[in-house]
Every structure is written in structure tokens, then in C-alpha cells.
Design a binder for this molecule. Structure first.
Ligand code: ZN
Length: 277
């Protein structure tokens, strides 16, 4: 009786210690998302991810047709990317979080492709496809997509997603060890995590990441002088488009539905607080 009692006590103590240890470990691998304050697990060094991103981004652009900077559409992509990223960087600087973007080398390329698509990689590497311009219609609509993609980068969703995927497939392993011992698998996870290319079955961002990127994107576009209410009309257009026969790449990872439009509408008054026309 006594023995059992003390054993239980010991077990409880041990599991409590394990729990505390795991919590402490996760806490150190944790960060938080600016503005939303959500805690997230990020196990990968952001600098190494940015290096991988820069190489992959360049490789992708070398293999695809990039719209030249003399084209007004490419200029629009560049302009909205610069306006939004500048506004975000200024905000982060003022709130003492400039370190988050210190190694960034922003790039905004327009890829000549019918695909309705857009994506972003760590370190500020953004790709917009000409196919999505029919749906964004003008610079305000483009700003919705641009701000959403910039929000994924600022919130480090890619790091979080790749950490989750590495944990699932390889257990707790550092990125450099993974790269050294299982290079191809690690590169595949990277490509999946960042949704590059149309043929890869991209891991969809979680619903949580999508909603968070929508909300942050609305704030970021507002800071840059774009009215965030364009988010609602853009997702409504996407919703109408997605009822057609072909589901475009962007919509396979960004399902547009009434819930998403409603969430954007609900968040609009908060985003308007940051609107700087
Ligand atoms: Zn997204």
C-alpha cells in the first residue's frame, strides 16, 4: 500500500518533470508572431532557411520566364512590394523588432505564367504569377495578395511548417544535420513547405496560418496606404472563380469560402486602425 503510494508519487513527479523539461525545450524553440502574439515552434535557424530560399528562388527564376522591369505590370508588382515591405519594416523598427528582418533581401518578381499563383520564401523572396493578375484586377487587389504573402514571411510560417514536417518525418533533428545526412529528403520538405512550383503537391498552409496571414496582411496593406477593404472584394472574386472547373494552384493552398470572407470582414475595423491613406 505504502509502496504503491510512493511509486505513484514518484511516477507523478517524474512525468511532471518530463512535462516541464519538454515545455522548457519547446519554449526555447519558440517564438511569437508580431501583432498577433501567437506562440509558435520554430526550430530552424532563420539565416540558414534564408540561404536555402535565396538559392532556390534564384534557381526558379532562372528556369522561368520573368516579366522584365520595363513592363508596367512588373513595375506595379515591384511598387506594391516595396510599399508594403517598407511599411512593415518601419513598423518593426519602431516596435523594437527590427532584428526580425535584418538579413532580409526583398525581391518581388512577376513570373510570366497562366497559373493563378503567388508564393513567398523566407528572407523576403516573393513570386507573383501573371495568371493571378486577372483576379487581382488592379494595384489594390494585387496589394491584398502581396500583403498576404509578406505576412507569411514576417510571421515565419514557413519555418514553423518546415519544423513540423521535419519533426514528423525525421524526429528532432537540426537542419544542418538533416541536410548533411538526408539531403534530398530535406530539400523535398523545403520545396513542399514553401509551395514552389505548380506540379508539387504543396503542403497547404494550415487554416490557422491562412487566417493569420489574412489578418496580418490587412494590417500591412493598411500601413502602406492601401485600403484593407479590398481584401473582402478580392476573396469574393476568388470564391466566384473557384466555383469554375479548374481549381488554380493558389486556391488549392488558399481555399476561398464564405468563412474566409466573413473573417476578413470581421477583422476590417481592427485593420482600419492602421490605415494610413
Ligand atoms: Zn497563404
Amino acid at each position: 500500500m505504502n509502496y504503491n503510494h510512493s511509486l505513484n508519487f514518484l511516477e507523478v513527479r517524474t512525468s511532471r518533470m518530463v512535462f516541464l523539461l519538454v515545455t522548457a525545450l519547446l519554449w526555447t524553440a519558440c517564438g511569437s508572431v508580431p501583432l498577433t502574439g501567437r506562440r509558435q515552434v520554430r526550430m530552424l535557424p532563420e539565416g540558414l532557411l534564408s540561404e536555402m530560399a535565396a538559392a532556390n528562388y534564384q534557381g526558379f527564376m532562372d528556369q522561368h520566364q520573368v516579366v522584365p522591369s520595363s513592363d508596367p505590370r512588373a513595375q506595379m508588382v515591384q511598387r506594391s512590394g516595396e510599399k508594403i515591405s517598407n511599411a512593415v519594416v518601419q513598423y518593426l523598427r519602431e516596435s523594437g523588432e527590427a532584428r526580425r528582418v535584418q538579413d532580409f533581401d526583398w525581391q518581388f518578381n512577376l513570373v510570366d505564367s497562366e497559373q493563378v499563383n503567388a508564393w513567398a520564401m523566407p528572407g523576403g523572396k516573393i513570386a507573383i504569377y501573371t495568371g493571378i493578375l486577372d483576379l487581382t484586377q488592379d494595384e489594390n487587389g494585387l496589394a491584398v495578395v502581396m500583403a498576404h504573402e509578406i505576412a507569411h514571411v514576417i510571421a515565419r510560417h514557413g519555418n514553423e511548417r518546415m519544423s513540423q514536417q521535419l519533426l514528423l518525418t525525421m524526429g528532432a533533428i537540426s537542419l544542418d544535420v538533416a541536410l548533411r545526412e538526408r539531403p534530398q529528403e530535406t530539400r523535398d520538405i523545403f520545396m513542399l513547405a514553401f509551395g514552389v512550383g505548380g506540379t508539387l503537391g504543396s503542403l497547404a498552409y494550415s487554416r490557422q496560418h491562412e487566417y493569420e496571414a489574412d489578418a496580418l496582411g490587412m494590417i500591412f496593406m493598411a500601413m502602406a496606404g492601401y485600403n484593407p477593404n479590398h481584401t473582402i472584394t478580392f476573396w469574393e472574386r476568388m470564391m466566384a472563380y473557384s466555383s469554375g472547373p479548374d481549381i488554380p494552384q493558389f486556391l488549392s493552398t488558399h481555399p476561398s469560402n464564405q468563412a474566409r470572407v466573413n473573417a476578413a470582414r470581421e477583422f476590417l475595423p481592427t485593420a482600419m486602425n492602421y490605415y494610413n491613406p
